[in-house]
Design a protein around this ligand. Structure first.
Ligand SMILES: *Cc1c(COP(=O)(O)O)cnc(C)c1O
Length: 360
């Protein structure tokens, strides 16, 4: 089979430049005689790979010096527990904008008082709920948001003004997709498998003054302070995933960085949404003001037609367009590594499918 266009939500499409480079270096990393997979994580060669990945991420996101970058395991889901364990002592405010936000809030409830200050759950998360500044607790340990809701295809339109309360953000599905002022956040975390690299790596960016607050029962492996002291190597890190993430970040740098990819992402999303707004068959699911540029959700209104579309698209080399099981319909995840050509092919296929269906 030829290369296809992969619209999966994660693990997701990767830059071909990174995959090719990894293939070239698979058996012998730059004359070392070893595959990266075979290297000791304590070796100087591996430390160089690790540092390179961190430094690319710092450059691309303009991460200030007073923020630590941790490369961990356990996924975004691990951080759902790590966040309260590292920060929750009195009370935390959560914005319930999607399934992952909800799961994270439930996880935090195991560790202390959690307030849900805004929710769109009743509307099946079609939009990101508005956050009323008056609802925020000025004494909260943190305010928790999800910047992009992967399952529903919504994006937080604006970050709430939280005063001195640090904002903790799950950025799993839109990190590096658009410019982001890291200074506005206390903590940013993301599972890598959407927009950074392969699965197995979790990135945590934490402002240094938020370290040292972990609850005593926090496992070392989830303890940001311990992990900072150990340079993310308390134990064996996901060595190969970190290397691959580095190759993906090199690609992003070569493409012109975050601002350049953002412009491309806007064009890709516009192509799809413009078509969806006009279509006689497909309807966009997310409310306009909350639309994500990374995950685009839509449906026909008929489960049978949805299924026929997903099947037909797969046969045409457009893969994984089925929506998440809790949301239904379709979802096209168009992360950084999805070329514009892939989105054009998808829209062409949708046109054809619409024509055949509406005129049949
Ligand atoms: C995918 C995703 C998660 C879950 O990530 P894991 O790495 O599988 O734990 C959490 N939050 C968001 C926003 C996601 O997109």
């Amino acid at each position: 089979m030829e290369r296809v266009y992969q619209f999966a939500a994660g693990p997701a499409v990767m830059p071909q430049q990174a995959l090719r480079r990894a293939a070239e270096e698979m058996l012998n990393w730059r004359g070392s005689g070893l595959s990266v997979m075979e290297m000791s994580h304590r070796s100087p060669a591996y430390q160089e790979i690790f540092d390179h990945t961190v430094s690319l991420l710092r450059d691309l996101m303009n991460i200030p010096e007073d923020y630590e970058v941790l490369l961990l395991q356990g996924g975004a889901t691990g951080q759902f527990a790590a966040v309260p364990m590292n920060l929750l002592h009195t009370s935390a405010d959560y914005v319930d904008s999607g399934n992952f936000a909800h799961v994270s809030m439930k996880e935090a409830q195991k560790y202390g008082a959690v307030r849900c200050i805004a929710s769109s759950r009743e509307e099946n998360y079609r939009r990101v709920p508005a956050v009323d500044a008056a609802a925020l607790d000025p004494k909260a340990d943190y305010l928790y948001v999800t910047t992009n809701n992967t399952i529903y295809g919504t994006r937080l339109p604006a970050l709430p003004e939280s005063g001195n309360v640090p904002i903790v953000a799950d950025m799993s599905s839109n990190i590096l997709s658009e410019p982001c002022d890291v200074r506005r956040y206390g903590v940013i975390f993301a599972g890598a498998q959407k927009n950074i690299g392969p699965a197995g790596l979790t990135v945590v960016i934490v402002r240094r003054d938020l370290l040292g607050r972990a609850r005593p029962e926090t496992p070392n492996i989830l303890n940001w302070t311990v992990m900072t002291e150990k340079g993310s190597m308390l134990n064996t890190p996901p060595t190969y995933a970190i290397y691959m993430a580095g190759l993906c970040l090199e690609w992003l740098r070569d493409e012109g960085g975050v601002e350049a990819i953002y412009q491309r992402n806007l064009r890709k999303a516009k192509l799809l949404y413009d078509y969806l707004d006009e279509s006689r068959l497909f309807r966009p699911i997310a409310e306009k003001s909350s639309r994500s540029i990374m995950n685009v959700t839509f449906r026909t209104g008929s489960d049978a037609l949805d299924a026929a579309f997903v099947k037909g698209a797969a046969a045409a080399g457009l893969l994984s367009l089925k929506g998440h099981r809790v949301a239904g319909g379709m979802r096209a995840s168009i992360y950084n590594a999805m070329p514009e050509e892939g989105v054009k092919k998808l829209v062409d296929f949708m046109h054809k499918f619409e024509k055949n269906t509406v005129e049949a």
